[in-house]
Each structure stands twice: as structure tokens, then as C-alpha cells.
Design a protein around this ligand. Structure first.
Ligand code: AMP
Ligand code: ZN
Length: 115
């Protein structure tokens, strides 16, 4: 999508601090971290939100969770623990209209993290 900030990050038009990348998935550091470790994991395919995920994209969502596990192990916070958050729509506090999974770690997380 032309005006999508995360699509621009995928295309390299906006810089990002990349943590992981493959053909289908990109992970990069959130610009305004809400925890010591705050990574955004996104599909390279533009899907506007969780509610827009189609039947044939379910496998991709599974791969995203697998990637989150991989990152957690590689970055060394898998044992201590982490939290995954997906904001969806206006009431969910979604600000960027490209599906993204917040991966938060590095401290004992409080009840209110984002929004
Ligand atoms: P949400 O409120 O769930 O839509 O979250 C959007 C997230 O994207 C926020 O945590 C922002 O800090 C983050 N964000 C927005 N623009 C960028 C960017 N250029 N690079 C990294 N993170 C960004
Ligand atoms: Zn996009």
C-alpha cells in the first residue's frame, strides 16, 4: 500500500532497526518502545488489521508466532517471558493500518502496556 508506513519500511523507503527478516516476515524495533525490548513483527504482505485476515493467510499468522518464538530465544528473553499484543481497530488502539504484533519483554510488564 502506497501510504502505509510499514510497507515503506518493508521497501526500505523509511529506515528501521531490523531484528529479523525472511521472504514473508519482517521484525524491527518500535520507534517508541513501551518496554526495554519492544519489537514489531509484521507480514510483508499488506493486511490492514487482524479482522482482515483471510482464510489463506492463517498459515502466515502461524509463521509470525513461530518467528516471535525464534526471536525470543535468539535474543535471550524466552525464559524470562514476554508479551504479544495485537491492537485491532479504533477501540483496540490501532494506529498503523498494517497488521503488526507487538513483542514486549525485558521487564515485569504491568497491566497497561500500550494505548
Ligand atoms: P499500534 O498503536 O498498535 O498501531 O502500534 C503502532 C506502533 O508502531 C507504535 O508502537 C509506534 O511507536 C510504532 N511505529 C510507528 N512508526 C514507526 C516507525 N517508523 N518505526 C518503528 N515503529 C513505528
Ligand atoms: Zn502496509
Amino acid at each position: 500500500m502506497e501510504d502505509c508506513v510499514f510497507c515503506k519500511i518493508i521497501k526500505g523507503e523509511i529506515p528501521s532497526n531490523k531484528v529479523y527478516e525472511d521472504e514473508e516476515i519482517l521484525a524491527f524495533k518500535d520507534i517508541e518502545p513501551a518496554a526495554p525490548i519492544h519489537i514489531l513483527v509484521i507480514p510483508k504482505k499488506h493486511i490492514s488489521s487482524l479482522i482482515e485476515v483471510k482464510e489463506n493467510e492463517i498459515e502466515l499468522i502461524g509463521k509470525i508466532y513461530k518467528t516471535i518464538n525464534k526471536i525470543a530465544k535468539e535474543q535471550g528473553f524466552a525464559e524470562k517471558g514476554f508479551r504479544v499484543i495485537v491492537n485491532c481497530g479504533e477501540d483496540g488502539g490501532q494506529e498503523v493500518g498494517h497488521l503488526h504484533f507487538h513483542l514486549l519483554a525485558g521487564k515485569k510488564l504491568g497491566e497497561k502496556i500500550i494505548g
